[in-house]
Every structure is written in structure tokens, then in C-alpha cells.
Design a protein around this ligand. Structure first.
Ligand SMILES: C[S@@+](CC[C@H](N)C(=O)[O-])C[C@H]1O[C@@H](n2cnc3c(N)ncnc32)[C@H](O)[C@@H]1O
Length: 356
């Protein structure tokens, strides 16, 4: 079997390459003057990305006690609880508001698509904090479905609410697979820039040429469930195409090669030279939350550490929760490497060149 670079040198993803690659400008201290707040903080995907550029977290809110504990264990900050119960005046001044907010259905049919129509949703909390503090930038993330929810009316409401509050709003659907992570994870990212700032135009980063595969993030001795059942059906032998040197041309997408049980959600088996499927906080099935992979002769789930790597968290990130909670936390988290790419593009487009 010809060797691919990925197989002979399985170095799990180094999303710090944006900061350490000598051919790129060093941005590691670019945001030392910037303070951010982390709403719906989870385990701090936004915190991971922004602190890498020197930005400082001045407030976090997360109501899940397990995620909150992981946040505290890693960043030394105890998040405040339910954001709906926090008076916006009690939140410290900040330059960036970050939020990977849960997408709640809100129907605005027949309404004016503005601030008041978001009442009763968690986006309303983002809006009221924005109205009070007028942060220079909002960085938001949500599921792909947000784009077509309620025939696009939800998206329109979010955008027009932010515009009414005085922001130029940019958004884009990006896939973690295109940003150096071997996970198929499409999410909508918003960059909203206060309209009085010197630079309000923004172009999202393009996909990177980096080719990676699930194999790159695997651990030698993973703490992951091995599946031993009679109804495993690996129906396909997969081998990627090769280039003229015999190296694999990796597919940059999940490659299904089998099923267990009836092949429902969480019951499909994938090849490690492809990408992982989307990590999920709630998914069920035999391979719940991570999917199933044929690693050597074994069919198994991914370990919590492998999930951390798939989201771009460094190995220094402490996984202090139970495996069940850790799967949920990484399934909920934002892909750090995508944020790092966005922030880097923002720096290069002078978005942070504002007066303190
Ligand atoms: C999609 S996750 C965001 C994860 C985060 N971006 C990360 O990187 O880990 C949404 C989070 O919002 C939290 N949440 C939901 N409602 C909340 C509320 N009312 N107050 C505070 N946190 C809340 C959930 O517990 C969950 O952790």
C-alpha cells in the first residue's frame, strides 16, 4: 500500500500554524488591547481562538455546570450562569462580544423584523447587551439551518436587528474541513462591525489548501468504545487516488465504508483517510456523538481527546469532565481553527485598528 504523507507522519493538526508558520506574519500579540466577553461560552472555543492573539476575556456566561467547570479548569474564569437573568449593565465594557448562541425557533411572520421581535429568544440577550455596551465587533456562530429557518425570516431578523443597532453585518457558511480540521462541520459565522469604525468591510477567509484526514488526529491508545457486534457490515474497501509520486490524494470529506445495525444516524462506519462526520452534542446510535470509524481491524468511536483535536483544541486543553459530558461539550463547541482563520483575516484587513 503506498504511503501518504498523512500516514507516515501522523502529526495531529497544528492549528497554531497560522501563528507559527514563518511565512506568515506573526499575529500572536496583535489583540493585546482587546477585551472580549464569551456568551453561551460552553468550553470556550471563542476564548481559545481570541486568547491566542493576546485578547483578554472579561466576562463569560454558561449555565451548564459541567461545561462551566471545564471552562474554569482551563481558563481560571468561573462563568456566570443564565444570561437571561443577568442585567446588561452589570457586564463589563468590552470590544468584542462572542456568542455561539443556541438556535431557537422564533417566528416573526407579520412582524417588523426588529429588536422587539427577538424577545423570548437567546438572540434577544445578545441584542440587549449590544445595545447597552456597543461593542466594536460581534463574532457569532450558529448552525447551518439558521440560514433557511422560517424561510430565511430568522436570518433577516438577526441581520436587521444588528443593522438597526448600528452594525455592518457579514456572514458566511464555512466548513471546518476547509480550515485544516478533518471534520465535516458547516456552520454560519457572523462578523458584525460597528459602523463608525474605520474599517467595516470584511471578506471571509478562503478555504485553505491544507490536506488532512481523520488519521492525523488519532491517538495511539484511545479511551474510546470499541464496537463488537454481529451486524457490522463493512461493504467497501476504500483506497484514495494517488498522485504521480504515489502519495494519496485525500478526499477532504467523510468516506462511508459500512454500517452497523440498520445504518441509521450514528450507525455508519467511515474510513480514517477521509474526514470525520460532524461531532454532535445530542446524536444517538451505536456511535453516538462521534460516529464510527474502521481503525485497523477495529470499529470504534472516537475518544474525547480525538474529538478535542477535531475541533482544533490543543492537547494542553484539560478534559476534566466525564467522557459523556466531554462528548457533549466538544459536540457543542465551535471549531477553533475556523475562528483563528477568521480572526487572522480580520487582523489582515485592519478591522481591529480602532482607538481604545
Ligand atoms: C452551541 S453551545 C456554544 C458552545 C461554545 N461556543 C463553545 O465553543 O464551547 C451553546 C451553549 O449555550 C449554553 N446556554 C444555553 N442557554 C443558556 C443561558 N440561558 N445562559 C447561559 N448559557 C446558556 C448551553 O449550555 C451551551 O453550552
Amino acid at each position: 500500500m503506498p504511503q501518504s504523507t498523512a500516514l507516515t507522519q501522523p502529526s495531529h493538526i497544528n492549528h497554531d500554524s497560522f501563528l507559527t508558520n514563518p511565512n506568515r506574519p506573526n499575529h500572536s500579540k496583535s489583540l493585546q488591547h482587546v477585551r472580549f466577553i464569551d456568551l453561551f461560552a460552553g468550553i470556550g472555543g471563542f476564548h481559545q481562538a481570541l486568547s491566542r492573539f493576546g485578547a483578554r476575556c472579561v466576562f463569560a456566561s454558561e449555565w451548564d455546570k459541567h461545561a462551566s467547570q471545564t471552562y474554569q479548569d482551563n481558563y481560571g474564569i468561573a462563568p456566570f450562569g443564565d444570561i437571561t437573568q443577568i442585567n446588561e449593565a452589570d457586564i463589563p465594557a468590552h470590544d468584542i462580544l462572542c456568542a455561539g448562541f443556541p438556535c431557537q425557533a422564533f417566528s416573526i411572520s407579520g412582524k417588523q423584523k426588529g429588536f422587539d421581535d427577538t424577545r423570548g429568544t437567546l438572540f434577544f440577550d445578545i441584542a440587549r447587551i449590544t445595545r447597552q455596551h456597543r461593542p466594536k465587533i460581534l463574532l457569532l456562530e450558529n448552525v447551518k439551518n439558521l440560514l433557511r429557518h422560517d424561510k430565511g425570516n430568522t436570518l433577516t431578523t438577526i441581520v436587521s436587528t444588528l443593522q438597526d443597532l448600528g452594525y455592518v453585518v457579514h456572514f458566511s457558511l464555512l466548513n471546518a474541513s476547509d480550515f485544516g480540521l478533518p471534520q465535516n462541520r458547516e456552520r454560519v459565522y457572523f462578523v458584525a462591525i460597528r459602523q463608525d469604525l474605520p474599517h467595516t468591510e470584511f471578506v471571509f477567509p478562503c478555504l485553505s489548501v491544507q490536506t488532512v484526514c481523520l488519521h492525523d488526529v488519532l491517538q495511539d491508545n484511545p479511551d474510546a468504545k470499541v464496537i463488537e457486534r454481529d451486524d457490522i457490515d463493512v461493504y467497501k474497501q476504500y483506497e484514495p487516488e494517488q498522485d504521480s509520486t504515489g502519495s494519496y490524494i485525500l478526499p477532504n470529506r467523510p468516506v462511508q465504508i459500512g454500517i452497523v445495525n440498520k445504518g441509521g444516524q450514528g450507525e455508519r462506519i467511515y474510513h480514517p483517510l477521509g474526514h470525520a462526520i460532524t461531532l454532535s452534542a445530542h446524536g444517538g446510535g451505536v456511535g453516538a456523538k462521534t460516529g464510527l470509524y474502521k481503525i485497523g481491524e477495529t470499529i470504534r468511536k472516537l475518544s474525547p481527546r480525538e474529538c478535542a483535536r477535531l475541533q482544533g483544541f490543543p492537547d494542553t486543553f484539560k478534559i476534566t469532565a466525564s467522557p459523556a459530558q466531554a462528548y457533549k461539550q466538544f459536540g457543542n463547541s465551535v471549531a477553533v481553527s475556523v475562528l483563528v482563520a477568521i480572526i487572522k483575516a480580520m487582523i489582515e484587513q485592519d478591522i481591529f485598528d480602532f482607538q481604545e
